[in-house]
Design a protein around this ligand. Structure first.
Ligand code: HEM
Length: 139
């Protein structure tokens, strides 16, 4: 685990920080006692959500400790479900463990957010040679 202070602030002098987790650390949290998963490069601790998940705890257990992006998207979760993710967010996958979907070089640019009500989003772009650039705005 590594905590990195982001270069930006929210304009009111409040520093933002991100905790990075290696995938091997996430993989250890694969039991009902501690259940983490990765969705779109972000790490979620869904231990306390297991019993409440409308889709059941079995599907979460199947994805425990893994990248659940594909199965999460396959279900077509609602915007409410996406909103709920925030409650369980604990950090990002370490940049060294991120792979671009094209298999080519992944460049990560962290953008500070100047607004009063910071928003968290990420945007992927395909660049000329086919490498993927992830623009990530920190909250
Ligand atoms: C933290 C992560 C997750 C959250 C917050 C979440 C939340 C929800 C919510 C709120 C629903 C109700 C329907 C909706 O509003 O879309 C739902 C349904 C469901 N979820 Fe998840 N979910 C998560 C992860 C997953 C994963 C990893 C799977 C893996 C397959 C999954 C499979 C399902 C299924 C099968 C349903 C039932 C769909 C239906 O009956 O139509 N969910 N989830």
């Amino acid at each position: 685990m590594a905590t990195v202070e982001a270069s930006g602030s929210d304009g009111q002098g409040v520093e933002t920080s991100v905790t990075y987790y290696r995938l091997e650390e996430v993989a250890k949290r694969n039991s009902p006692k501690e259940l983490w998963l990765v969705i779109h490069g972000r790490v979620y601790d869904v231990t306390r959500f297991m019993n409440e998940h409308p889709g059941g705890e079995e599907v979460l257990m199947e994805q425990a400790g893994r990248d659940a992006t594909e199965s999460f998207e396959d279900v077509g979760h609602s915007s409410d479900a996406r909103e709920m993710l925030k409650q369980y967010y604990i950090g990002d996958v370490h940049p060294n463990d991120l792979k671009s979907e094209s298999g080519k070089l992944l460049v990560i640019l962290d953008l500070p957010h100047p607004g009063r009500h910071p928003l968290r989003f990420s945007l992927s772009l395909l660049h000329g040679g086919g490498e993927q650039i992830l623009l990530r705005r920190l909250c």
